[in-house]
Ligand binder design. Structure first.
Ligand SMILES: [Zn+2]
Length: 324
């Protein structure tokens, strides 16, 4: 059965918005960026660090002497990015450069928009091009541009409202776009799910049944080649009651995430147990899959909405004790 159809493949996007508070040094730095200004911080050796650092990189002392530096600076070193990636400062080729702003002693990494690598050189003078809309983030600096062209054509940073509240947090969206290709065995398992079937594989050496099938037995190290269809009933082995709300949560807590050992399987998988008070879920509880409506099925374990108690007597300890 395995390998008769090409393996399944699908986009897999993971991401979240990372939110952090900024504190007494990074907060004013972000607030200044929003207002179209750049702040540095003076270290114990009197050098001015841009971007700001909360602690002196040599002595470790907490720093607090903020100083304003210029929009203009000098390229210290650079490299050319010929094909920009998603999320980078510019959607055309540009330079990544270390730029020492006038008044600063340390360089800042940012993009320089010159149109071509031939127009870039170490020692060139550049100026900030501010973003039209600013929120208190390093991306408020849209990029840098050559200083001579900037003086003629770059607009000044629009002044922020004087009564705007200080920036105290920053939100950083973090995203990863992958294309996941399932193995031949996983593909068979997923195609079976589309038909409402639970397809495992048995090891021909030790007889253990794996679902989802791994393609090989981790105990014996041999390929698992024998397909086994399992029922949608099983036993709760271990579980936890989720009481903590989190971003993207689809069920209101408290609810139960449990390891469920399907009848005939030797390995449990994680799923939801709903349909009863969370406090009533226990090890050995008998459960059955609650499938979504037939028209919603596809090649995913999400076809099973959750598991619910069957009402049968609990399974005896010895039936699942070796599968925890
Ligand atoms: Zn085996």
């Amino acid at each position: 059965m395995t390998g008769t159809s090409p393996p399944l493949s699908a986009p897999f996007d993971v991401g979240f918005d990372y939110t952090r508070t900024l504190g007494p040094v990074l907060g004013p730095f972000a607030t200044a960026l929003r207002d179209g200004r750049v702040l540095g911080i003076r270290g114990t050796d009197r050098r001015v660090h841009v971007p700001v650092v909360e602690f002196d990189p040599v002595t470790g002392d907490a720093l607090d002497e903020l100083v304003e530096v210029s929009d203009f600076g000098t390229v210290v070193t650079w490299t050319w990015q010929s094909r920009p990636s998603e999320g980078q400062p510019l959607d055309r080729s540009f330079a990544w450069a270390m730029i020492r702003l006038d008044g600063a002693d340390t360089p800042l990494l940012h993009a320089v928009d010159t149109g071509s690598a031939e127009a870039m050189w170490t020692g060139m003078r550049v100026r900030i091009r501010w973003a039209d809309e600013r929120s208190g983030s390093i991306t408020d600096i849209a990029c840098f541009v050559p200083a001579d062209s900037a003086t003629a054509s770059e607009p000044e940073a629009p002044a922020a409202a004087s009564d705007a509240a200080p920036v105290t947090t920053v939100v950083t969206p973090i995203h990863l776009h992958l294309r996941h290709s399932a193995s031949a065995q996983e593909s068979d398992y997923l195609r079976a799910l589309e038909q409402g079937r639970l397809l495992a594989q048995r090891c021909t050496e030790c007889d253990k049944v794996y679902i989802p099938p791994r393609g090989a037995c981790p105990t014996c190290g041999v390929p698992t080649t024998e397909p086994v269809e399992l029922p949608d009933t099983g036993t709760v082995t271990t579980f936890c009651i989720v009481n903590v709300p989190f971003l993207g949560q689809r069920i209101a807590p408290p609810y139960v995430a449990a390891y469920i050992l399907l009848d005939g399987a030797d390995i449990a998988f994680l799923h939801l147990v709903l349909g009863c008070d969370a406090a009533h879920v226990r090890m050995g509880m008998r459960v059955r899959a609650v499938w979504k409506p037939r028209e919603d099925w596809s090649t995913t374990m999400e076809n099973i909405d959750h598991f619910a108690p069957t009402g049968e007597p609990d399974a005896a300890d010895e039936t699942y004790a070796h599968h925890l």
